[in-house]
Design a protein around this ligand. Structure first.
Ligand code: SF4
Length: 279
């Protein structure tokens, strides 16, 4: 280890980076002995989406939200639906635009006046690997009277969550699989994600999503355990159970529809709001 090496504290990978080196997520690097985002405000996607698409079923239903994404991710799911932006660095991102927090906030306010925009959703890739941008933008958006929505994998250390949580109104958090070992295969840490969900749900509106991937997260027993765990936090937390389709490096056929319905029945034994997606 050289003297200029620094650890990144944003997620459980805790990358040790030498001067000029970029972390596993492609989005943070060591510059002059400090860990900072590779690019502040680089957007690869921007769209005005229905809020239900996040998915959020029980937060401001019927509204639309300005949704933005950057690049990079601190997990490496073989079935990622946004792999073209999540598994790449700044040079591989196919469409980029730089927007400062104040420019993005201004756009959100304009769209609230003309297109019933509710605020900003930080989504598409993992937003919190560039948490400084999320935090700065979210402060302005909140001050302007709009809402902030975070769509995240939850594989983020607590001090980073604590620093953004006061500005976030709603979140959709992935709970990819209910297993320590299988979370590790995806580059995530199960305990970190569970702690993130618990803390976030005490402060913000939280909904959860589990994508049912064949051979990974399609066990009915695991779904029973997952639903029971969620219900101990709050049985009112909505759970979205979504159907997998072949993506990226995974070619297995789509999840069986009947299994999707059985999983919904299993989860509904403990939870009051269970939704099927992509069926
Ligand atoms: S946020 Fe990126 S650089 Fe930091 S520890 Fe996680 S993967 Fe490594």
């Amino acid at each position: 280890m050289s003297e200029s090496d620094v650890y990144c504290n944003v997620c459980p990978h805790r990358c040790r980076l030498t001067e000029g080196q970029t972390g596993l997520c492609h989005a943070r690097h060591n510059r002059n002995g400090h860990i900072e985002p590779v690019s502040f405000g680089t957007l690869t996607a921007i769209a005005l989406d229905p809020i239900e698409k996040k998915p959020l079923a029980r937060f401001m239903p019927g509204s639309r939200i300005l949704s933005v994404g950057g690049f990079g991710c601190n997990m490496y799911c073989r079935f990622c639906q946004n792999h073209d932006i999540s598994q790449t660095g700044i040079n591989g991102a196919f469409r980029t635009e730089i927007m400062s927090p104040s420019e993005l906030c201004r756009l959100a306010v304009e769209l609230s006046e003309t297109d019933r925009n509710a605020g900003i959703a930080y989504t598409y890739n993992e937003p919190l690997i560039s948490y400084e941008y999320v935090r700065e933008t979210a402060k302005l958006v909140k001050a302007a009277g709009l809402v902030n929505v975070l769509v995240t994998n939850g594989n983020i250390n607590m001090e980073i969550l604590d620093s953004v949580l006061p500005y976030i109104d709603a979140m959709n958090i992935d709970l990819k699989v209910f297993s320590d070992e299988r979370y590790r295969l995806l580059g995530g840490d199960f305990d970190t994600v569970k702690a993130f969900i618990k803390t976030a749900s005490h402060v913000s509106h939280v909904e959860l999503t589990t994508l049912i991937v064949p051979g990974l997260s399609d066990s009915e027993k695991d779904m029973e355990k997952e639903a029971s765990w969620i219900s101990k936090i709050d049985p009112e937390i909505p759970l979205h159970i979504t159907r997998y389709f072949p993506q990226y490096k995974m070619t297995e056929k789509p999840t069986d529809i009947e299994l999707m319905h059985r999983l919904k029945t299993a989860a509904s034994a403990c939870l009051h709001h269970v939704f099927l997606g992509n069926v």
